[in-house]
Ligand binder design. Structure first.
Ligand code: SF4
Length: 303
């Protein structure tokens, strides 16, 4: 990745984020395999051409700082921090000979049979209890830790809420009270079976597409693109706010027709198409400029 420095920030910050990370062939990390296959492959393929500005990486800098504090802290009995993990998948599945799952666990607590991960998140994540990605990621880590012979049956994500608002925390009962949130997960045999299947399927897909052309890569699903679907707003012509949002054009047309049949509403209403967007493509995919889907839907359309 090329790191730019638009604000001329101190070189120490640039050096901090400039890890010169080079991916290892056939090796993917616990965090990486949660991304869509197309994104994983494109990020590797175009890694050296992808640009990011250091000023836009402040939460990454924060994460590095937190990990550095942990690394220099003293563990309790039975605790291991920043343990490097590398699972030889050929041991489990012949067809994945030469493929490896890698990772670094923030903390393994052998006495509590637990792994701990430090995270950052938005207040919305906590309000909506949107923790499935954390559960899955920590389950993958737990599976990798089991591979080195340790028993793990739970996990704790300790998250710093980046946009925590003290005033809201006092007035809104749904809002997290404190800027740190601890989410706990329990794992059993079924959880490990589920994640083993996920790891196998994901690596088989990566193996299948590693050498495919950009266009041949499987298109990220709506869910993977964090797609917000197109809506059809029936609204008063002079207003911005919709009277009602519909999922289909047919529903919206029916609504408009009903309004047109009322004398007092005749000619006052219209349908506005609110195009759906792909949140991940637009905001969270560093290889978007190299992705045919993004180029077609967001670059060519705006020309
Ligand atoms: S831009 Fe969108 S479709 Fe393309 S790889 Fe990224 S997330 Fe997937």
């Amino acid at each position: 990745m090329k790191i730019t420095n638009q604000l001329g920030l101190p070189k120490q910050l640039v050096e901090l984020v400039n890890s010169n990370y080079k991916p290892t062939q056939h090796q993917y990390s616990c965090t990486t395999i949660l991304k869509p296959t197309r994104q994983i492959i494109l990020e590797r393929r175009y890694g050296e051409q992808i640009e990011q500005d250091v000023s836009d990486m402040c939460w990454m800098i924060f994460g590095i700082a937190v990990h550095s504090v942990i690394e220099n802290s003293q563990e309790d009995e039975g605790q291991f921090k920043e343990e490097k993990l590398k699972v030889d998948l050929g041991k489990y599945w012949e067809e994945l000979e030469g493929y490896y799952l890698s990772g670094r666990s923030d903390m393994i607590d052998l006495i509590k049979k637990m792994i701990v991960d430090w995270k950052t998140c938005s207040a919305w994540k906590v309000i909506y209890k949107d923790f499935e990605d954390w559960r899955k990621e920590m389950l993958i880590y737990a599976w990798a830790v089991k591979d080195i012979g340790f028993e793990i049956n739970k996990a704790e994500a300790i998250a710093f809420i980046k946009d925590h608002n003290k005033t809201k925390s006092k007035t809104d009962s749904q809002y997290p009270k404190l800027p740190i949130w601890v989410e706990k997960f329990k794992f059993n045999d079924n959880s490990f079976k589920e994640i083993e299947k996920f790891i196998y399927d994901k690596f088989m897909e990566l193996k299948k597409y590693e050498n495919a052309t950009d266009k041949e890569l499987p298109i990220c699903t709506d869910e993977e693109r964090w797609r917000e679907p197109t809506k059809y707003a029936v609204k008063k012509k002079a207003n911005i706010k919709a009277s009602k949002l519909h999922d289909t054009l047919e529903e919206a047309e029916k609504h408009l027709e009903n309004l047109e049949n009322k004398e007092e509403c005749k000619g006052l209403y219209e349908i506005e198409v609110r195009e759906g967007t792909d949140k991940r493509c637009l905001e969270y995919c560093s290889c978007c400029n190299f992705c045919p889907y993004y180029i077609k839907n967001y670059m060519e359309k705006s020309d």
